[in-house]
Design a binder for this molecule. Structure first.
Ligand code: RB5
Length: 144
């Protein structure tokens, strides 16, 4: 089973809950929800870091993170070595973030992406492999 870490701030809490149920329904994924567990205001950097640490340490294979826009939490996650968090608003972005960037974290904005579109984005992101080849060379150059 592929292990997925989930994390959100209050801006992404509701979408995280919807997608947690959706992904559980797909089967084949072990979900580790790192919070937040209620819609009260919290600071997104903590939750971006929690998911990024889970992926960087190998506790999780990939992660999906949520805040209001997907921006702040993806910036926070991307501070960790080896993390490639992609904030996606379309299925095409999700596909390309996997094929070309080998994104290991998907970020979604709870105030940007409607739940039905978010489900499609997540499905494409989970199902799309990395193309490798010339893209592997480019991805390697990202690391400091
Ligand atoms: C919280 O209000 C909001 O700033 C946060 O969820 C996120 O959108 C930040 O980038």
């Amino acid at each position: 089973m592929e292990k997925l870490a989930l994390a959100a701030d209050h801006g992404g809490f509701e979408l995280k809950e919807i997608l947690k149920e959706f992904i559980a329904g797909l089967g084949g994924y072990e979900l580790n929800d790192l919070g937040v567990y209620a819609a009260e205001p919290v600071d997104y950097p903590k939750y971006g870091r929690l998911a990024a640490e889970a992926v960087a340490s190998g506790q999780a294979d990939r992660g999906i993170i949520f805040c209001g826009t997907g921006i702040g939490i993806s910036i926070a996650a991307n501070k960790l070595q080896g993390i490639r968090a992609a904030n996606c608003t379309s299925e095409f972005m999700a596909e390309m973030s996997r094929r070309h960037n080998d994104a290991n974290i998907l970020a979604l904005g709870g105030r940007i992406v409607e739940p039905e579109l978010a489900k499609k984005i997540v499905r494409v992101w989970l199902d799309t492999p990395f193309d490798g080849g010339r893209h592997a060379r480019r991805v390697r150059q990202i690391e400091p």
